[in-house]
Design a protein around this ligand. Structure first.
Ligand code: F0G
Length: 462
């Protein structure tokens, strides 16, 4: 009998400090979401019970990271913490030069400014909102070269972050290598549902780029999570450590942009890392214009220390297994209720397939935005739209992009919520799913020109 007894699993940490949450009534939530223009980005966090808006900057830091915060060297120039961070980036990622920035998009801004000329083309394995915008603002055009399976929420492909090599070759042949400043490779592709790229595929991308003299820049925001999936799924990688896989991924690229607010377990921070000496020089010259001196780049010394420690923690096997394990727990629970989600279950959140959830709604009445609002109304759960609103308008036609993926992301902050919170979350989604037929869409009544999803406002239809 004892052989078949269930052995439970628990998080590899215990709670040392708590932040009380406010419980709200349905009436209070109706008022709050109306005042927020049915956009979960515009809710006050105080009015939220379980906050699964994002895993960005929402991690619980470890006691070591908090201890590191007390060791901040707040010198304007040459802070000790910068050198700690530089050593951590060199050790864990292997890149030669570090340019600190206040968060990921600042690194994208500087990179785009130094590498992209008007008319250039940047192929990548699916867009990310801020990344593509900075490429466009620099005069470039993003071209999606991710495999087709990534756009299909039901495809069980184990590496939906892989590049379609034939498509990339086509793009290079069409526009010419001199028009491609770099190929942008994300690990644990966010907009695809937190889906990994395989080492084998990245090696092939490297070989193709080498034959044309094209750089690869890595969006390393969730590289440790990607490494976990490689260890689990890629032939020949089961015995590699997470650190070895992270290093192998980085070694295939020429530099990275990083939002330290995710893998690195901090509330603010980021960086650009580059191997090329001349590019580093150019980036260092620009960081002082937009962010701050090149040894702090918009971060406090204490924040750089927390990132340095967090980078080390991010590649611990027990940590990353539990982190991805929590996401899997929620995803499997939702599957048990018959809720349509993106499969395989991704790294940083469970992505609800809003097209399948609300098949009676046209994409231009924003099913994912609508569903996110309904979840909040049901339980005070906050999720994020990742569909037609996030995708924005095509600059040529001015029409909504109507992406194939119309998703609601239930993003799990690292080390913050317990399994009971995830149970409450799953039950709330199931409740809304039971009443899905009566859900009507939204119309957009205010639309900002850029990254509209952050501040757009909506009104209910019908
Ligand atoms: N790249 C990826 C893959 C990201 O997920 C993000 C942020 C960024 C770059 C930009 O970094 O926010 O530090 O400026 N993603 C957050 C999210 C906002 O909720 O997915 P940032």
């Amino acid at each position: 009998m004892s052989n078949s007894r269930r052995r439970s699993w628990a998080e590899p940490y215990k709670i040392k400090m708590v932040e009380p949450l406010k419980m709200t009534t349905r009436e209070e939530r109706e008022r709050a979401i109306r005042e927020a223009g049915y956009n979960t980005f515009l809710l006050k966090s105080e009015d939220v019970y379980i906050d699964l808006l994002t895993d960005s900057g929402t991690s619980a830091m470890s006691d070591r990271q908090w201890a590191g915060m007390m060791l901040g060297d707040e010198a304007y120039a040459g802070s000790r913490n910068f050198y700690h961070l530089e050593a951590a980036v060199r050790e864990i990622y292997g890149y030669k030069h570090l340019v600190p920035t206040h968060q990921g998009r600042a690194a994208e801004h500087i990179l785009s400014k130094i590498l992209i000329k008007p008319g250039d083309v940047v192929p990548g394995n699916m867009y990310f909102t801020t990344t593509r915008l900075h490429q466009e603002l620099a005069g470039g055009t993003f071209v999606d070269v991710i495999i087709d399976e990534a756009h299909d929420p039901a495809s069980e492909h184990p590496f939906k972050g892989d590049v379609d090599l034939a498509r990339l070759r086509e793009v290079i042949d069409e526009v010419g290598a001199d028009k491609i400043p770099y190929v942008c490779i994300a690990t644990a592709v966010n907009m695809a549902g937190g889906q990994p790229i395989s080492l084998a595929n990245l090696r092939a991308v490297r070989a193709l780029c080498d034959s044309h003299g094209i750089r690869i820049i890595h969006d390393a925001t969730r590289v440790a999570e990607n490494a976990y999936f490689i260890k689990e799924r890629e032939p020949g990688c089961a015995d590699m450590s997470i650190a070895e896989i992270v290093r192998a991924l980085c070694d295939l690229t020429d530099g990275c942009t990083m939002s330290a607010k995710k893998d690195a377990l901090v509330n603010i921070g980021g960086f650009l890392a580059l191997n090329d000496d001349d590019l580093f020089d150019a980036a260092r010259n620009l960081v002082v214009v937009y962010e701050g001196l090149h040894t702090y780049g918009g971060m406090a010394g204490r924040d750089m220390e927390a990132v340095a420690i967090g980078l080390h923690e991010s590649v611990h096997y027990d940590h990353i297994k539990a982190r991805v394990g929590q996401v899997k727990y929620l995803g499997e629970k939702l599957q048990g209720y018959g809720v349509p989600i993106v499969v395989p279950i991704g790294s940083h959140g469970v992505f609800l397939d809003a097209k399948a959830f609300l098949p009676h709604l046209d994409q231009d009445v924003y099913p994912a935005q609508t569903l996110a609002a309904e979840l909040y109304l049901d339980s005070g759960l906050r999720a994020m739209e990742r569909g037609n609103v996030s995708a924005g308008r095509d600059p040529e036609t001015g029409l909504n992009r109507r992406p194939r993926l119309e998703l609601v992301r239930l993003t799990i902050p690292r080390r913050v919520y317990t399994q009971a919170h995830l149970d409450v979350t799953a039950e709330s989604v199931a409740e809304v799913f039971d009443h899905r037929d009566g859900i009507k869409g939204l119309s957009m009544v205010y639309e900002p020109p850029q990254l509209r999803f952050f501040q757009a406002r909506f009104e209910p239809l019908g």
